[in-house]
Design a protein around this ligand. Structure first.
Ligand SMILES: [Zn+2]
Length: 319
């Protein structure tokens, strides 16, 4: 049968993921993940995308119904150009849709930022699927977000809507990768949690450093691991992160009145430590005016959510 294969590409700062799915099936026929290696420059990442695409699509072009790209950064309003990614130095104004089009001439190629795309994946295949007004927040290297009404992500006038990572939660707070200060991303992203821990580790003999081996090797995962073993320094960092995440969530909920807030991304592997205190902060701020606090839940498909969203984009499930 013609045109019943769909190719999704998830361009993240850490990994490039590729998946082919048939029709409206919920399983990948073929999936591949390779490291992005942003320090080697954008050109090599683009080459990897093209090479991997050629390998996976070899002989399948005539059955291809569409290609969808989830890009981990800012995407222009026409969703054709990858503008920049704060965590991918040197990447600027890359016409990624045009570039990927050469994999299968004549086939439609669509792109959106990975948080919007992951939000769609979540609304179609995850915890958002029985809800209409959905807020999706992804917390990994950076923080991204999506606002979905009836499965459609809000784009905004420049395509930059729902950049919740750059919402100011701590005026004059730590410097963010975007150049501003006190953004949610500058406090609650995996990168920021690790940075906070490295700063504290210089002054204490916390278990975090022991788990990491050396101070420079500390990641957010070490902080959560140490907290699980009762380390007070790690717990203090998590309390601080949860507080500002809660402030951010309270602001988002006040602005959008969603049915549900779903959180994905690598940091949510420790949602059991981070979410309950953050939800307490949300309640503390919203329940004073009798506002109903919607369910705030960790995604259970977050490993592949952006890739599934990219497939949904390829299928034309997204307006
Ligand atoms: Zn920022």
């Amino acid at each position: 049968m013609h045109n019943n294969l769909f190719f999704g590409i998830d361009v993240g700062n850490t990994k490039l993921a590729f998946g082919i799915a048939r029709g409206d099936e919920r399983e990948f026929l073929e999936k591949k993940v390779v490291p992005t290696e942003p320090h080697l420059g954008p050109e090599q990442a683009v080459n990897k995308i093209l090479n991997q695409g050629r390998v996976m699509l070899a002989g399948k072009q005539s059955c291809l119904g569409g290609i969808g790209i989830a890009f981990g950064g800012f995407v222009d309003v026409n969703r054709a150009v990858a503008l920049a990614s704060p965590n991918f130095p040197g990447l600027k104004n890359i016409p990624l849709v045009e570039i990927v089009r050469e994999l299968a001439p004549g086939v439609s190629v669509r792109m959106d930022n990975d948080a919007n795309v992951a939000g769609v994946g979540e609304s179609l295949y995850g915890k958002g699927k029985d809800h209409h007004h959905i807020i999706y927040l992804t917390i990994s290297t950076g923080i991204g977000g999506a606002v979905l009404f009836g499965g459609k992500p809000l784009a905004g006038s420049q395509g930059l809507a729902a950049e919740f990572g750059h919402m100011i939660v701590k005026p004059r707070g730590p410097r963010c990768t975007c150049g501003s200060r006190g953004c949610l991303e500058a406090i609650a992203s995996g990168t920021s949690i690790a940075r906070m821990a490295r700063n504290v580790a210089a002054k204490s003999d916390s278990l975090i450093t022991k788990l990491a081996g050396r101070r420079e090797a500390i990641t957010a995962a070490h902080v959560f691991m140490a907290a699980r073993r009762g380390d007070v320094v790690a717990q203090n960092i998590i309390d601080e992160v949860a507080y500002y995440l809660g402030i951010g969530l309270a602001n988002i909920i006040s602005g959008w009145d969603p049915d549900i807030v779903v959180l994905g991304g690598g940091v949510m592997n420790s949602s059991d430590l981070l979410l309950p205190p953050a939800i307490s902060v949300v309640k503390e701020h919203l329940e004073v005016r009798d506002a109903k606090v919607p369910p705030i839940e960790a995604s259970d498909i977050h490993d592949d959510v952006a890739l599934w969203g990219a497939v949904a984009l390829a299928r034309g499930n997204i307006g």
